[in-house]
Design a protein around this ligand. Structure first.
Ligand SMILES: [Fe+2]
Length: 319
């Protein structure tokens, strides 16, 4: 809803730096965007998403990937049936050119392909340096967040596999890791999850769907409040989680370990939240941590009146 406020939250609370701005002052009459950066992670906050904002509330509209050949990827995805929202096009300013295209993925979420060939500007053509520079920011400790580790998508019932197949078919991703509802359940609720990854396994996208439990799944709660499928959480990788916060969840196997912390939802609706993750020779997603995370979310879900009992005919009722 308020991009400037969101951008300054990320700067003040999570150690991001204001990077670039687009708005009336830069000649953008329709959209205001604030870009912030930390390590290799960039977030862009839009203040006006029209119908998207009304339907979904604040949320993730687009997950962008850096690509080497935008045109070839779009051509291949189109041949396999992907919906192209914006055809490949070039943005240009005095710092060079960037080639972009936008594909439809689950729900109203999109993927932007960004091909930078020697572009030397701050962020993208059309952006100028941020208008707000908080002098206190330089004094705050770095958040030590390096890159986006994974971005999780929640789907309605029975839509996980078709979405997984979309990534396999159109982006040539492969199944990286999966759990069924036998593993991912608490006393009350359950979910299924399959992680897809690109060839190099630098991009990981876990895809969730609700599974039958005694109470309504937290994935179902998300889908109802977001108004369909969407991004559930964004995990940012750090090499120093201890600096970040307390209440760290630990998962391990014979070779390594995983440390994770999660925020509450970052907007009024119980939808998108953030994760900070530190990996030490462990490429899993914290199957062991899911239970404690879900129990924590269930506590909040119960407080919201949404940890409802599921009856055999699929109708849920409150306690
Ligand atoms: Fe995660």
């Amino acid at each position: 809803g308020n991009a400037k406020q969101a951008a300054s939250y990320y700067c003040n609370k999570l150690g991001f730096e204001p990077l670039a701005y687009q708005g009336l002052e830069t000649g953008s009459r329709e959209v205001v965007s604030h870009a912030v950066k930390q390590g290799k992670t960039m977030f862009v906050f839009f203040s006006e998403m029209g119908d998207h904002l009304v339907k979904h509330g604040d949320g993730v509209k687009d997950v962008a990937f850096t690509v080497e050949d935008c045109d070839l990827l779009v051509q291949k995805a189109r041949e396999r049936g992907a919906v192209i929202v914006k055809e490949p096009h070039t943005l240009e300013d005095k710092y060079g050119k960037v080639r972009l295209a936008v594909l439809q993925t689950y729900g109203d979420t999109t993927h932007t392909f960004v091909e930078r060939t020697g572009y030397s500007g701050l962020f993208l053509p059309g952006f100028q340096p941020s208008l707000f520079k908080d002098p206190l920011l330089a004094k705050l400790p770095s958040g030590k967040l390096n890159f986006i580790d994974h971005v999780v998508g929640n789907q309605p019932d029975d839509e996980m596999v078709p979405v997984v197949e979309w990534y396999q078919r159109n982006l040539l991703f492969h199944r990286f890791w999966s759990v069924d509802d036998k593993q991912l359940q608490t006393e009350f609720s359950a979910l299924r999850s399959i992680v897809v990854a690109n060839y190099e396994e630098t991009v990981k996208m876990p895809i969730n769907e609700p599974a039958m439990g005694k109470r309504k799944s937290q994935i179902q709660e998300y889908v109802e409040y977001y108004g369909g499928p969407g991004v559930q959480h964004i995990a940012m990788n750090t090499s120093d989680i201890i600096t970040a916060e307390l209440k760290i969840l630990v998962d391990y196997d014979d070779n390594g370990y995983l440390l994770q912390i999660f925020t509450k939802p970052v907007q009024d609706r119980p939808t998108v939240f953030l994760e900070v993750i530190q990996r030490n020779n462990h490429q899993g997603f914290g199957a062991g941590n899911f239970k404690s995370l879900f129990e924590a979310i269930e506590g909040d879900q119960h407080a919201r009146g949404n940890l409802t009992i599921l009856t055999p005919n699929g109708v849920s009722k409150n306690m």
